[in-house]
Design a protein around this ligand. Structure first.
Ligand code: ZN
Length: 467
């Protein structure tokens, strides 16, 4: 029944929202070196200070938690809701084309600038949702708190600090992912594995292997050297491997060895099917070459048997599993290096709710043992799940449906969000499926209509939860 009033009010605030967002974007809040009283450096502390000033302007009760987090309290009664956003940003490059990263620009219904979509724009939307309720004099039964952090991009130690001092609210949402709503974040098992693989002089052998730098990325490049085989021989096999794998192979003679470079395609580890893994493509070729059964070759072929190219669901490893609510397990072989006589790799798996250390971690450990490699100790990081039929999820989806005019189904994702460690936290907004906001990339933008509508949606959600 407040919808018309809220819509009208938020629409009237459109220019103010853009101005506040422009001011926040102007602060380079990339993580810096820790300073006394500024755990993440100058930039993040200045962003927190700027947001404190905005919240004070709106009459919220502001607290600064030692420059880790700032909060703004609104309303009376027991606290029913926290809204969580972050003001730090990822580093920028010098290849932006529309505007400079810290100089926001409005163009074609979008506002461009670092942090506009991740997460300063959504933070401003949350602030204006509260401002609308306050200025319209809408009575709430319970109070709520805005929480703005400054270390989301580098491990969320800001929240660790905050929650070491404060209790989690009965309900929390963070506008730092996608609509309709993310209620499940898969479990994660990411471990290294290794074995000795000393070179065997005089043999047809693989003498080096180098690929991958981040375990959570599907590697786009791999290179390795082979000794004891002719260039033409390797080239011929590489052509066949190229057909099989869709990766691109280039071979050259170097210092009496053949150097093979493999080009695949990068993707995030939670969606490995979207990439072409250069490591598994390289292993395909190594399996086909007429090499001797040296230590390195046997180990590499063993890994190839566990990670066949394009098997991104852990089928050969015997850990493929899925369930209806959280989908299928994904598996990424992200790093593999052979140097100084040691072969060492790392994998990253995102697992559905049905995964346990029994049916995943132990099985993987056995797999690596069976090919003579040792997997690192430790267990998986458990999944995050707020039930789809919980009050919080139902209410937020009602708000979503009111504005998007379509049924909202909660999502399960492989990545982690800002609320991963909260018992009653979900991610709600502001990205929309199929729209590429260039988040973390050049020319990041926020669709202004989406930001304005998000403020209305959050106001509606606040009334449902705290009203
Ligand atoms: Zn973010």
């Amino acid at each position: 029944m407040f919808k018309d009033k809220i819509d009208q009010y938020i629409d009237s605030q459109r220019e103010n929202m853009l101005r506040d967002l422009t001011d926040l974007v102007a602060i380079d809040s990339t993580k810096g070196e820790a300073l006394p009283g500024k755990p993440f450096g100058e930039g993040p502390a200045r962003a927190l200070e700027a947001m404190s000033a905005l919240m004070e302007r709106e009459g919220l009760g502001v607290t600064n938690y030692d420059n880790y987090v700032v909060t703004g309290d609104f309303g009376k009664g027991e606290k029913a809701l926290d809204i969580l956003a972050h003001l730090d940003v990822v580093p920028v490059s010098d290849t932006w084309t529309v505007t400079e990263p810290f100089k926001a620009l409005v163009k074609d219904g979008k506002i461009y600038g670092r942090g506009t979509c991740d997460d300063k724009g959504p933070a401003v939307a949350a602030l204006y949702a509260v401002k609308a309720i306050k200025d319209l004099g809408i009575e709430l039964k319970s109070s709520l708190r805005l929480i703005f952090g400054s270390d989301e991009e580098c491990g969320s130690s800001d929240l660790e600090y905050y929650y070491s001092k404060e209790e989690e609210a009965p309900a929390t949402f963070t506008p730092d992912a996608s609509y309709p709503l993310v209620n499940i974040e898969k479990a994660r098992l990411s471990k290294s594995f290794e074995a000795d693989a000393a070179a065997e002089p005089g043999k047809k052998d693989v003498t080096s292997f180098l690929a991958g730098s981040k375990v959570n990325v599907v590697p786009a490049d791999a290179c390795f050297t082979v000794t004891g085989l002719g260039l033409d021989e390797v080239k011929e096999a590489a052509l066949k491997a190229q057909e099989k794998t869709e990766a691109v192979f280039t071979c050259s003679q170097e210092a009496g060895q053949v150097l093979v470079k493999v080009k695949g395609q990068a993707a995030h580890a939670s969606t490995p099917g979207h990439g072409i893994n250069a490591i598994t493509a390289a292993l395909t070729l190594i399996s086909d070459l007429p090499l001797d059964e040296t230590k390195a070759v046997n180990l590499l072929r063993g890994i190839a048997s566990l990670y066949p190219h394009r098997d991104t669901e852990g089928t050969a490893l015997g850990v493929a599993m899925s369930d209806e609510t959280s989908g299928a397990l994904t598996m990424n072989l992200g790093i593999l290096n052979l140097k100084d006589g040691v072969l060492r790799g790392e994998f990253d798996s995102r697992a559905p709710l049905c995964a346990t250390d029994e049916n995943l971690t132990k099985v993987m450990r056995k797999d690596f043992a069976s090919i003579g490699m040792k997997m690192e100790e430790g267990e998986m990081i458990p999944a995050h799940c707020v039930p789809g039929d919980s009050d919080l999820v139902k209410k937020l989806l009602e708000s979503y449906e009111l504005y998007f005019h379509e049924k909202g189904e909660p999502l399960a994702i492989g990545g982690g969000t800002y609320v991963h460690d909260l018992k009653h936290g979900v991610a709600f907004g502001c990205e929309i499926e199929g729209v590429d906001t260039h988040m973390h990339g050049d020319d990041e933008y926020m669709d202004i209509e989406v930001m304005v509508m998000s403020a209305k949606i959050f106001a509606d959600a606040i009334i449902r939860i705290c009203g």
